[in-house]
Design a protein around this ligand. Structure first.
Ligand code: SAM
Length: 386
């Protein structure tokens, strides 16, 4: 409720949906009464009504936490989308261009990144109406696929999106003619959700859209997690914080995770990382693919650098010439982003860690905890069409 919102120390991140509006228009309308701040920190002041225009991600702003824009026309029309800054990293890094052909979003619901990918893709075209590229959006859970469909429609990205509701990406045949032009894949698999800020205001915004039944939650489990105070804890202490009586989390992406004990967390991390690696190796098999992003909202190395490292060592990666997108090759806003992968989690591989991107929960950047890595295959790499 709004009383909780006014207490929230985090700003609200808002992605301006370029498919429906422009940042200039929104600054003059929906956001007209906000005072311009020069840092995200200034926006966090309680009782303020400020706006900060992000310097890393285009079309992204942060507004003061107590202000509720969920009733605004712009929100209802899909012109503005509540999306954490870090959650905007993958589509921006993937940067689908006209020459990249079709795009796959392997784990799409509720569709924040699908709609962002569509917006970036169309921003590169002089005539967006004439886009011949397709964003294939897979969502295994059919309830959540309905939410995805609604979001894709609301955001105005349905013309370029092909939904694959109830379809497991791992069962999609990379050699099928349907995917012969897939040049870029965005992988944002289910994860432990340990990077999510444990606060009430973000999930509540999505609850009217998401059906509880679609989330697969029993009535008893419909409550939010009590996470350690994100502003005080070090990353290590946050990890240790998981032996608290953690129950169910619903993140801003509508994801659910239930963790009760450290043993359960470890078992869950093992299962999740196995699935995450499998997903990445499957993506490597798409014959014309040249770019992949892999992301999680987890702070655990097991789901992040370690998955990346195993993927790079796989025979399929070597065979097809997949490598990490180096920091120096990354799009400006992420090349300049200061928080990189964890060297320890990258088992001492400094280069690997530097190529990876992280965001920390509870630091001065006001983001959720997040991880992202980009993979590329160079033009000279062996073409894997058989
Ligand atoms: N990318 C989404 C966004 O930004 O809004 C959030 C994705 S959420 C972290 C992961 C989603 O992937 C869940 O909705 C889950 O049901 C779906 N999923 C998990 N495994 C899948 C698979 N093998 N194929 C397709 N979807 C899958």
């Amino acid at each position: 409720n709004s009383a909780d919102n006014s207490e929230a120390p985090y700003p609200r991140w808002i992605r301006i949906n370029a498919l429906k509006t422009t940042i200039e228009d929104q600054l003059e309308t929906t956001l007209a009464e906000f005072e311009r701040a020069t840092s995200v920190k200034a926006v966090r002041q309680r009782g303020s009504k400020k706006i900060f225009i992000d310097s890393n991600i285009p079309n992204l702003v942060a507004v003061s936490p107590g202000v509720d824009l969920s009733k605004s026309e712009a929100y209802k029309l899909g012109a503005i989308i509540f999306q954490d800054k870090a959650s905007c990293f993958p589509a921006y890094l993937l940067d689908p261009l006209p020459e990249d052909g079709d795009i796959v979003d392997s784990c799409a619901a509720p569709g924040n990144k699908t709609t962002h990918v569509a917006a970036v893709l169309l921003s590169h075209l002089p005539e967006p109406d004439e886009c011949s590229q397709t964003v294939h959006a897979f969502e295994r859970n059919s309830g959540r696929a309905e939410t995805l469909e609604r979001m894709v429609h609301l955001a105005g990205s349905d013309t370029v999106t092909k939904l694959h509701p109830g379809q497991d990406f791992l069962k999609a045949d990379p050699n099928s003619s349907a995917y012969k032009d897939v040049g870029a894949l965005l992988l944002d698999p289910s994860c432990s959700g340990s990077g999510i800020v444990g606060r009430d205001d973000m999930p509540k915004l999505h609850l009217p859209v998401l059906k509880q039944s679609a989330l697969g939650l029993s009535k008893k489990k419909q409550k939010y997690t009590k996470l350690p105070d994100p502003t005080k804890d070090t990353r290590k202490r946050k990890r240790e914080g998981f032996d608290e009586d953690l129950d169910v989390m619903i993140d801003d992406d509508g994801m659910v995770s239930a963790i009760d004990t450290v043993d359960e967390l470890n078992a869950r991390l093992a299962a999740l990382s196995k699935f995450q690696l499998e997903l990445l190796l499957h993506a490597f098999k798409f014959p014309t693919a040249r770019k992949i992003t892999y992301s999680t909202c987890s702070i655990h190395g097991e789901e992040n650098e370690k998955v990346v490292s195993k993927a790079l060592q796989s025979s399929i990666a070597k065979e097809r010439g997949w490598r990490l997108l180096k920091r120096t090759e990354q799009i400006r806003g992420l090349r300049e982003w200061p928080i990189r992968g964890d060297v320890e989690d990258a088992t001492g591989d400094i280069e690997l860690a530097e190529s990876c991107i992280r965001a920390n929960k509870g630091d001065e950047h006001s983001t959720m905890g997040f991880f992202l890595a980009g993979f590329v295959r160079d033009e000279k790499a062996p073409d894997n069409t058989e």
